[in-house]
Design a protein around this ligand. Structure first.
Ligand code: NAP
Length: 482
C-alpha cells in the first residue's frame, strides 16, 4: 500500500509537531523539511523523531533542488550528520551527492536512503535508467519529482514507471499535469505520495492535503485493482465532478477512483487511457468536439448535438455519449412546464448545443443569441430554430422570446464573475432564469433575475444529473442519490 507522507514545512520543531499530531490517523509518515526551519532549530533536528511514533524522512533540501537551504554545502552536510543521531527512518540524499561518511552513518543506524532527483522544468528522457544509475546501493529507494507540461509528458512518466518494475520507488509528476501521479501512487507501486497541510505552504507544486487524499480520493483504498475514471479539460482542476463521482464510489464500496486530468492533447490522452486501462472519462471545455473523431462509436445524441461530454470503454471500444442534454433538462423540467415555452439561449458554444437540443425535444420554441453572431446562426441552422446577435440591438427579440432565459456562456464564471452577458436586459420578474454556471453559485445574471422576482436555477443540479448518468455508464450501477 502506498503511504501518505506529510511534508512538514514550519519554521520550528514545535509547530511541526503540532501539525503532525493534528493529522494523527490521516497520514502514515512525514518528511521533516529541515530547510524550512530556523537556524537555531536546525541544530535540534535529532530530537524530533523522539517526539512521534511515525516514520520520518530527514530532508535538507537545497535551493537548486527546490528547497530553501542556501548556506554552504559543508554546513548542510554537517547538520545532516548531526541530525542522523535521531531515529529517522529515511534520509533524502540527492542524485550526485558524494557524501560517503553520511551514507555510512545512515546505514549503520538502519536509516534507509532515498536517492532523490528533481526537475522543475521537464520530464527528462530515460528517467528510469537515470534513477537506477543514480543509486549507490541496491537498497536505496529511487525518487524523482519531475514537471510534466503536457499530456505526452504525463504519459512518459507512467511509461518510465513501468520500466522501474516492482522495486520500492517514488515517482511523482508535479504541477497540474502531474496531479494523477500523486493520487495513483497505489496503482504505480510508488512507496508514498507527498502532501502538505490544508491551506499551508506547499513543499512542492501540486501537493494536496491529507484531507483531500483521504476524503475525496480515498487514497489508501487505491491499488493495482482500482478502476480509474476521470475528467479531461483545459483547465480542469477547478471541476467539482471528482466530489460527485468519488462520493458515489465510496457510498457503494466500489474500488474506483475519479481524477481530473489536465489535458492539452486529446489523442495523447486516449493513448494514456489505454495504458492505464481507464474505464471512462468526462470531457469538458475545450475538448467536447475534439474527442469525436477518436471514438469508435457514438450515441445519436452526440451525432445530433455535435459534442461529446462522456467517453467510456464498452467491449473494447471507445463509446461517446452526451449526458449534458439530459442533465440540463431534468432540473428545468422539475421547475417549470416546458411545452410550447419561448426560450432564449444565450451563447452558442458546446454547452449551448446540448441545451438547445434538449429544449427542442421538449417542444420549446428556441432563439439563440450569441456574441459572435455567425456561430448562433450556424447552430440555429443545424438545430432548426431562430437566432440573433447578442447585444442591446436585440432587446426586442429577447423580450419576445423569453419565457425562459438560459445563460450558457462562460461570462460570469470564475474568474470572470464581474461579467453579465445580459447586462442590457431588464427582467420583468415573470421569466425563469437558468444559468448553467455553478461557480459562483449565483452569477450576476442570476442575481439580477432574482432581484426582479424571477424563478432562478444554477448549473449545479445539471452537473450532478449529467454526472449521475456518467456514473451509471462507467460503473453499470445507479448513482446512490440518497
Ligand atoms: P465554449 O464552447 O467555449 O463556448 C463559450 C460560449 O461563451 C460562446 O458562446 C462564447 O461566445 C461565449 N462567451 C465567452 N465569453 C463571453 C463574453 N465575455 N460575453 C459573451 N459571450 C461570451 O464553452 P461551453 O462548453 O459552451 O461552456 C460554457 C459554460 O457552460 C462554461 O461556463 C461551463 O462551465 C458551463 N457548463 C456547465 C455545465 C454544467 O454541468 N453545469 C456543463 C457544461 C458547461 P463567442 O462564440 O462569441 O466566443
Amino acid at each position: 500500500m502506498a503511504r501518505i507522507c506529510l511534508a512538514l514545512t514550519e519554521s520550528t520543531l514545535e509547530e511541526n509537531l503540532k501539525i503532525l499530531t493534528g493529522y494523527s490517523g490521516q497520514i502514515d509518515m512525514a518528511e521533516l523539511r529541515c530547510d524550512f526551519l530556523t537556524e537555531e532549530e536546525m541544530v535540534r533536528v535529532s530530537e524530533f523523531p523522539g517526539l512521534t511514533d511515525l516514520p520520518l524522512i530527514l530532508t535538507f533540501r537545497k535551493v537548486c533542488d527546490g528547497g530553501k537551504f542556501n548556506r554552504d554545502e559543508e554546513i548542510r552536510l554537517s547538520l545532516m550528520e548531526k541530525a542522523l543521531n535521531g531515529n529517522f527512518s529515511f534520509v533524502d540524499l540527492e542524485e550526485g551527492l558524494h557524501a560517503p561518511a553520511l551514507e555510512k552513518k545512515a546505514r549503520e543506524r538502519g536509516i534507509r536512503i532515498i536517492r532523490s532527483f528533481h526537475d522543475f522544468d521537464k520530464v527528462p528522457e530515460n528517467l528510469a535508467e537515470r534513477l537506477i544509475n543514480s543509486l549507490h546501493s541496491s537498497d536505496e529507494i529511487p525518487k524523482a519529482a519531475v514537471m510534466p507540461k503536457s499530456t505526452a509528458d504525463l504519459k512518459r512518466i507512467f511509461e518510465e514507471n513501468e520500466k522501474l518494475g516492482d522495486r520500492d520507488k517514488i515517482l511523482l509528476g508535479m504541477g497540474t499535469y502531474g496531479f494523477s501521479t500523486r493520487i495513483l501512487a497505489g496503482v504505480m507501486g510508488s512507496y508514498l505520495t507527498f502532501c502538505s497541510k490544508e491551506g499551508g505552504v506547499t513543499a512542492a507544486p501540486g501537493h494536496v492535503s491529507p484531507e483531500v487524499l483521504n476524503n475525496i480520493y480515498r487514497f489508501r483504498n487505491i491499488n493495482s485493482e482500482t478502476v480509474i475514471c476521470g475528467i479531461i479539460g483545459h483547465p480542469v482542476m477547478h471541476t467539482r465532478s471528482p466530489l460527485i463521482h468519488n462520493e458515489g464510489y465510496s457510498k457503494l464500496g466500489l474500488n474506483y477512483v475519479y481524477i481530473p486530468f489536465e489535458t492539452d492533447d486529446v489523442k495523447e490522452f486516449f493513448s494514456l487511457a489505454e495504458k492505464l486501462s481507464i474505464r471512462g472519462f468526462s470531457v469538458t471545455v475545450p475538448h467536447k468536439n475534439d474527442v469525436i473523431p477518436l471514438l469508435d462509436e457514438m450515441s445519436s445524441g452526440v451525432k445530433a448535438i455535435g459534442a461529446c461530454n462522456t467517453v467510456w470503454k464498452k467491449e473494447g471500444k471507445w463509446f461517446g455519449e452526451n449526458t449534458d442534454a439530459e442533465g440540463f433538462i431534468i432540473p428545468l423540467r422539475a421547475l417549470t412546464e416546458l411545452k410550447n415555452k419561448r426560450v432564449s439561449v444565450i451563447g452558442a458554444g458546446g454547452a449551448a448545443k446540448a441545451c438547445v437540443f434538449a429544449l427542442l425535444e421538449e417542444g420549446c420554441s428556441v432563439t439563440i443569441f450569441n456574441r459572435t453572431y455567425e456561430k448562433a446562426r450556424l447552430l440555429a441552422e443545424q438545430m432548426s430554430c431562430s437566432s440573433a446577435p447578442l447585444g442591446p440591438d436585440s432587446l426586442e427579440a429577447l423580450k419576445e422570446s423569453s419565457d425562459i432565459l438560459v445563460q450558457t456562456t462562460s461570462a460570469g464564471m470564475h474568474p470572470m464573475e464581474d461579467r453579465n452577458p445580459l447586462d442590457f436586459y431588464d427582467f420583468t420578474g415573470e421569466e425563469t432564469a437558468y444559468d448553467i454556471i455553478y461557480t459562483p453559485e449565483k452569477t450576476l445574471f442570476l442575481l439580477e433575475a432574482e432581484k426582479k422576482g424571477c424563478a432562478i436555477l444554477n448549473g449545479y443540479e445539471m452537473l450532478k444529473e449529467q454526472g449521475y448518468k456518467q456514473f451509471k455508464l462507467f460503473t453499470g450501477t445507479e448513482y446512490p442519490r440518497a
